[in-house]
Design a protein. Structure first.
Length: 270
């Protein structure tokens, strides 16, 4: 079939749909991006227009296609030890002064393809060699979660990993040693991945956390969605626990339930 164009009305329908499903605010300037990412789905489904595709998505009979659409429209830009000052804070301020011996749990709440979660895990492995710890990592995209669970990454993606961690926690990939590396099993086994839609109520079953990383995802939400997402996560943060957002983000006007520690780092009152 020929490439389908999208009308302003059709684009508005998709803007509302992705906002309803994932809380993402898709700006008017993203029309070309949407067409580029969804055009193949129209061809594979043998549909003539974006209106036809919208009807398929909203008809209730193709939940797998809805998930595919979400996967295609969510942005997953990430890398190891991104915004390294947060990992320095975790190591030097939180873990170095920690006195409790119980299980230390961190939630990587928008983990994408896993680089943030494994970076956190490496810091915990270095700082708590004799204490129990766990990383819970979630994303709305099943596609990136599947990639994260493999623990396999291109060699050129290892730039942010400290040399000591690279030696201890990253292994040559026997399948393609010159192209990819693997996260060591002792790290991978303490990182649990799950699909979570942050705009919906979070199940108490995920447990409670000492630290929640919610970084570089709120930039895709409008103010109302930001407030809803943060409100959904705060019941999962332990008293005295820390909440960390991206360097271009702030919780000013989003919640008054957290105490500022330093820019982008907040603490739950005890």
């Amino acid at each position: 079939m020929d490439q389908a164009a999208i009308t302003d009305q059709e684009f508005s329908l998709f803007q509302r749909l992705i906002h309803t499903l994932a809380g993402i605010h898709l700006a008017d300037s993203k029309k070309v991006l949407l067409v580029g990412r969804l055009q193949r789905r129209l061809r594979e489904r043998q549909l003539d227009s974006f209106s036809d595709y919208y009807r398929l998505l909203t008809g209730g009979r193709h939940p797998e296609e809805v998930q595919t659409m979400i996967d295609l429209l969510t942005t997953n830009e990430t890398y190891f030890f991104r915004e390294s000052r947060h990992f320095d804070f975790l190591r030097d301020e939180l873990l170095a002064t920690r006195r409790q011996r119980g299980n230390f749990r961190i939630w990587s709440a928008a983990c994408s393809s896993g680089e943030e979660a494994y970076s956190i895990a490496m810091v915990l492995a270095e700082s708590l060699p004799h204490a129990p710890w766990e990383v819970f990592a979630s994303d709305i995209s099943t596609q990136v979660l599947a990639r994260a669970r493999t623990g396999r990454y291109p060699l050129q993606r290892n730039e942010g990993i400290p040399a000591a961690c690279m030696r201890k926690y990253c292994l040559p990939d026997a399948k393609s040693p010159r192209e990819t590396f693997l996260i060591a099993p002792r790290i991978r086994q303490q990182v649990r991945f799950a699909q979570v839609n942050l705009t919906q109520a979070v199940s108490p079953g995920v447990g409670a956390f000492d630290v929640i990383f919610l970084r570089n995802v709120m930039i895709y939400f409008d103010a109302a969605t930001k407030r809803k997402v943060v409100a959904n996560l705060l019941p999962r943060l332990l008293p005295g626990g820390h909440f960390i957002v991206g360097h271009s983000e702030s919780l000013n006007g989003i919640t008054d339930r957290l105490l500022p520690v330093r820019p982008t780092i907040y603490r739950q009152p005890e």
